[in-house]
Design a protein around this ligand. Sequence first.
Ligand code: IMP
Ligand code: MG
Length: 169
Amino acid sequence: MVLHTLINEIDLKNRIKELAQQIQKDFDNEEIIFICILKGSVFFTTELAKNITSSVILDFMRVSSYSGTHSTGKLNFSLDISENIIDKNVVIIEDIIDTGRTLYYLKNYFKEKKPKVLKICTLLDKKERREFDIEPDYTGFNIPDKFVVGFGLDYDEKYRNLPFIGYLE
Ligand code: IMP
Ligand code: MG
């Protein structure tokens, strides 16, 4: 397999800064809880948070449905959030939306906890792969149907530490 660059480090950082400014503006500088979906969203979440000057609270959730490059179709929750999100501004931070299965279930799960506002922010979106009815409120980049790695995204736990988004072929 060969690793190609899809989005370079500078373009990533610039776009994430724009997203952060948009989110801060939309929430009127109010406090926001970022729910980072582990492990893939960890780099994206920290980069977004660093570019926000109002108050950000970080929380983490671990859920997985993938093994290798294929979805197993089953969601595993292995870590839940620790913050109480009732009446709070909440943004779910995801690395990538593929079929939409993960976010479809997560959105309903968090909605039941009655946040004041619930938004979805994804770094990448593979729109043509969508099977579940889910629309992100914030998208970094729409990408073609390629298996991407880097900036948190993995292939069997490898490549997460690449500072750019690449794809394997
Ligand atoms: P979905 O539930 O099908 O939308 O898949 C979302 C999850 O699948 C993401 O949070 C990733 O963990 C994983 N995923 C989907 N596509 C890719 C990819 O191209 N590279 C790495 N992980 C991916
Ligand atoms: Mg993920």
